[in-house]
Ligand binder design. Structure first.
Ligand code: ADP
Ligand code: MG
Length: 523
């Protein structure tokens, strides 16, 4: 399969080409046709599988054909970094479409607030926003989303983890009910499923199986009480040849003590939590990628924003919340044929999660006991400990932190046992739409699907005309379906119309994507 098979608008196809994409990834193969057909979508695929293009291309295709004069798409995402990345991708893929976008994120009013306000007042084809910041602007009345065609939730799991669900619902309440909603997520805990029921309409569900961890990752599990974890870490670290390691912990309060303990061992280590400012975090990440220091200690909440592979070691000081997260994390080691090691600490109350991980990776892992010189070791007996984790009655593991204080540990949502990926083939149904000369079946389907909302009459005929006229410009020089009466003139007309509709909007305001953001603090 190639991108040509999607029959994207030629301007979008040019953008894809310009970005150097030739073959769609599996999630793109499945999600793009479903989205083009106008379906609501829940798409779950692990990090790095190409979810961004999976939703951007259908949106840009819509913009290229319809040339709406209003904001077409709202993309909600959890962090400033992601908003920026998405904005850059829109610029890349949408270059030939001329789609405008603005990224809205940030904390205090001082931080580019006025620039964002101006940009929002002018409007754009695509708004990319972190939920909290968007609400702050919406409350002032100049954000116009009343004709929105697409709502996209990117990294939905992370947004819910960060406590954005109320904000998202509040935003959704201001959107037209006739819209297409696409939800993308790396994991699919039950709370996503529940949440999606509130905002999606009969969604197509696409779930790609998490690929198994590479064989050359040495996966080790240690049974250890929470109070002994730090001692065990100190013990192990002396024996390892650490070139580049990330250590994940579920508690912010653990980061400092871990940093200090490792530093005492002569290791070059730095921590990253949501308490740090955005600039500090970016600096730490840059330094880590440039191998300025050996060990990065990060919290779970930070973990998905960390895009580093080629590590020699990953340590799960606490078990990740979802089995998929375990696979994502350890996959950061052992790239390109090198071997890597993943060390996971399993406490007495984490045992259900281990069972889930083993089910997912279809492999049982050896559990080593805490060495005697360090202290007693919990036994591995998931039946005995069932329900002692956060997912069981009482909701907490009941163990104190190794660094004092209670707090969350091992809290993770349950997932249904049967989570087999469901093939998603979007089929357009409904009454025959009026024929458009030369239109391919695919385009007709798409057009029918899209005529759902009470759109102004003119928009409809415009869309059809555009569809017909542009099939002559099929990408990659392939023979285009013949279009009766369609000429270069028609294509020009379409472009003009596009220009007129969008006039008064002007170019993307300078600095619209340079604001700062309040990162989530819900660790
Ligand atoms: P996800 O959102 O699933 O984590 P991204 O959309 O960020 O993944 O894509 C991960 C990386 O893969 C990016 O660098 C992106 O440009 C690249 N990529 C995605 N799809 C393709 C493709 N079809 N061909 C080539 N590169 C791709
Ligand atoms: Mg992504």
């Amino acid at each position: 399969m190639t991108f040509d098979d999607f029959q994207l608008h030629p301007d979008v196809a040019d953008g894809v080409h310009g970005m150097g994409y030739t073959k769609p990834s599996p999630i793109q193969e499945q999600a793009i046709p479903a989205a083009l057909a106008g379906k609501d979508l829940i798409a779950c695929a692990q990090t790095g599988t190409g979810k961004t293009a999976a939703y951007l291309l259908p949106v840009l295709d819509f913009i290229a054909y319809e040339r709406p004069a209003h904001t077409t798409a709202l993309i909600l995402c959890p962090t400033r970094e992601l908003a920026k990345q998405i904005d850059e991708q829109v610029e890349g893929f949408g270059y030939h479409v001329g789609a405008s976008s603005i990224a809205i994120y940030g904390g205090g009013k001082s931080e580019n607030w006025e620039q964002q306000k101006r940009a929002l007042t002018q409007g754009a084809d695509i708004i990319i926003a972190t939920p909290g910041r968007l609400i702050a602007h919406m409350q002032l009345g100049y954000v116009k989303l009343d004709q929105l065609d697409f709502l996209i939730l990117d990294e939905a799991d992370k947004m819910l983890d960060m406590g954005f669900s109320d904000d998202i619902i509040q935003i959704v309440n201001h959107l037209p009910t006739k819209r297409q909603t696409l939800l993308f997520s790396a994991t699919m805990p039950n709370k996503i499923r529940e949440f999606s029921k509130k905002i999606l309409h009969e969604p197509e569900e696409i779930r790609l199986a998490v690929s198994k961890p590479a064989e050359n990752i040495n996966q080790q599990m240690y049974m250890v009480y929470d109070t002994m974890k730090l001692a065990l870490l100190e013990h192990l670290i002396g024996e390892l040849d650490v070139q580049s390691m990330i250590l994940f912990t579920s508690r912010k309060m653990n980061v400092g003590p871990i940093e200090r303990a490792l530093r005492k061992k002569g290791l070059n280590v730095r921590g990253i939590t949501s308490d740090r400012t955005q600039e500090e975090r970016e600096q730490v990440m840059r330094d880590f990628k440039n191998k300025q220091f050996q060990i990065l200690v990060a919290t779970d909440v930070m973990s998905r924003g960390i895009d580093v592979s080629e590590l020699s070691h990953v340590v799960n000081f606490d078990l990740p919340r979802d089995a998929e997260d375990y696979v994502h994390r350890i996959g950061r080691t052992a790239r390109a044929g090198t071997s890597g090691m993943a060390i996971t600490f399993v406490s007495d109350h984490d045992q259900d999660a281990v069972v889930k991980i083993e089910k997912l990776i279809e492999r049982e892992l050896e559990k080593k006991p805490t060495p005697e010189e360090i202290g007693p070791s919990p036994e591995f007996d998931p039946k005995k400990y069932r329900g002692r984790g956060a997912s069981g009655p009482g909701g907490r593991g009941g163990k104190s932190s190794p660094f004092g204080g209670g707090g969350r540990s091992g809290s993770r949502p349950e997932r249904p046992a049967s989570s087999a990926p469901k093939p998603a083939i979007a089929v357009a149904e409904g009454a025959e739409a009026p024929a458009v000369a030369g239109e391919t079946d695919e385009q007709k389907k798409r057009r029918k699907k899209r005529r759902r909302g009470p759109k102004p009459e003119g928009a409809t005929s415009g869309g059809i005309e555009a569809t017909a006229s542009t099939t002559t410009e099929s990408p990659a020089g392939e023979a285009a379906p013949s279009v009766d009466g369609s000429t270069d003139e028609a294509a020009k007309r379409r472009r003009k119309r596009g220009g007129r509709n969008r006039s008064g909007r002007g170019p993307k305001p300078e600095g619209s994507s340079v604001a700062a953001e309040a990162t989530a603090t819900s660790e």
